[in-house]
Design a protein around this ligand. Structure first.
Ligand code: IPM
Ligand code: MN
Length: 370
């Protein structure tokens, strides 16, 4: 029996209700496989700040340090609510970014996946969707503008200014580009390197490093694409992409756009992987407007569990079972109100019922050998 410690940080907004579904699923995975999960709940985000004065409290840090993997829900407050917390202590700056830095989770995997059973959620025309969308966005997560030097003040003309620095060294670029090539080797052997080298020097360096790493992967076809062009191509012809690799801010923006072509950010799970630790989270926010209503789809949270099983626990078979289980619930015509557009032919179920249906579907699938 293998034992794993999992830090469970439900966070804010819909975090609690979608995490509940993830834990239901984990329980079933545990009962079917030769594994034991020890769950260690911790406060994180605005909820943590109001209770302890910190978005990433010391106690939570200790839990995460001990954990084999971290499962994180969603964080953040609405625009007005968030003003109650000082800027640098808000959940994003005071919790999430420090977590990324602490565990050096430089490799952010964001699958953009639209199987035929989900095609009705997408705003794209069927002829553009084609056989479905299946892209892996790989985003550098601990460098660039997010973590560069920042300064604010008043300049000589008496004007307020803010200055932030976009800096990458070749080592930071090489390690994420390497991940891009390795992922491409496991998939269609096609890598799109996204950059802005017609303007940014950091992108010139990025592109040079891509050329160097490419020498070690002669089987991978590399396509260099400007980030603004990539935004257009994602809408017009998403099928041309397989693995896309890019720096932090480009990845933030394009991955949200990718959620848009699927039809909802609620379909975007993610994995954030560092040298010794990984954490797993939906790529979206805490959706305060629908929190507590039991209507948020738990797909991104359960998908994050699937990624954890695969990447942290090497339970690859059970991980793909989970994807299949979720797909089969959609294929049977069920969805939650946050995902479904009026007039589409779906049966609305609550967050909890969706979770129950995933559990039931998973239980019908054969347990894989490890
Ligand atoms: C994401 C989020 C975060 C980011 C925020 C919450 C800081 O938008 O994970 O994409 O910008 O990285
Ligand atoms: Mn984002």
């Amino acid at each position: 029996m293998t034992e794993y410690n999992i830090a469970v940080l439900a966070g804010d907004g819909i975090g609690e209700e979608i995490m509940e579904q993830a834990l239901k699923v984990l329980k079933v995975v545990e009962s079917r496989n030769d594994v034991a999960f020890s769950l260690m709940p911790g406060l994180f985000g605005a909820a943590a700040w109001f209770e302890t004065g910190k978005s990433f409290p010391d106690e939570t840090i200790a839990i995460c340090d001990k954990a084999d993997a971290i499962l994180k829900g969603t964080i953040g407050l609405g625009h007005e609510e968030s003003k109650k917390i000082p800027l640098d202590q808000q959940p994003e700056r005071g919790g999430l970014l420090p977590m990324r830095k602490r565990y050096d989770t430089y490799a952010n995997f964001r699958p953009v996946y639209l199987p035929p059973s989900l095609a009705h959620f997408s705003p794209l025309k069927p002829k553009i969707i084609g056989d479905g969308i299946d892209i892996m966005i790989i985003r550098e997560l601990v460098g660039g503008l997010y973590f560069g030097k920042k300064e604010t003040g008043v300049d000589e003309q008496g004007l307020r200014f803010a200055r932030e620095t976009l800096e990458y060294n070749e080592q930071q670029i090489r390690r994420i580009v390497q991940i891009g090539f390795e992922s491409a080797m496991k998939r269609r052997k096609l890598l799109h390197s996204i950059h802005k080298s017609n303007v940014l020097k950091s992108s010139v360096l990025w592109t040079d490093v891509v050329g160097e790493v490419a020498q070690d992967f002669p089987d991978v076809e590399v396509q260099h694409m400007l980030v603004d062009a990539a935004a257009t191509h994602l809408c017009l012809n998403p099928g041309q992409f397989d693995v896309m690799v890019m720096e932090n801010l480009f990845g933030d923006i394009l991955s949200d756009q990718a959620g848009g072509i699927l039809g909802s950010l609620g379909l975007m799970p993610s994995a954030c992987v560092g040298p010794d630790k990984a954490y797993y989270e939906p790529a979206h926010g805490s959706a305060p407007d629908i929190a507590g209503k039991n209507i948020a789809n738990p797909y991104s949270m359960i998908g994050s569990v699937a990624m954890m099983l695969d990447l942290s626990f090497q339970m690859t078979g059970e991980s793909s079972n989970l994807w299949h289980a979720m797909e089969s619930v959609f294929a049977a015509g069920y969805a939650t109100p946050d995902l479904s557009k009026p007039g589409t032919d779906v049966t609305m179920v609550s967050t909890g019922e969706f979770g129950d249906r995933v559990v039931a579907a998973l239980s019908c699938l054969p347990v894989p050998n490890r």
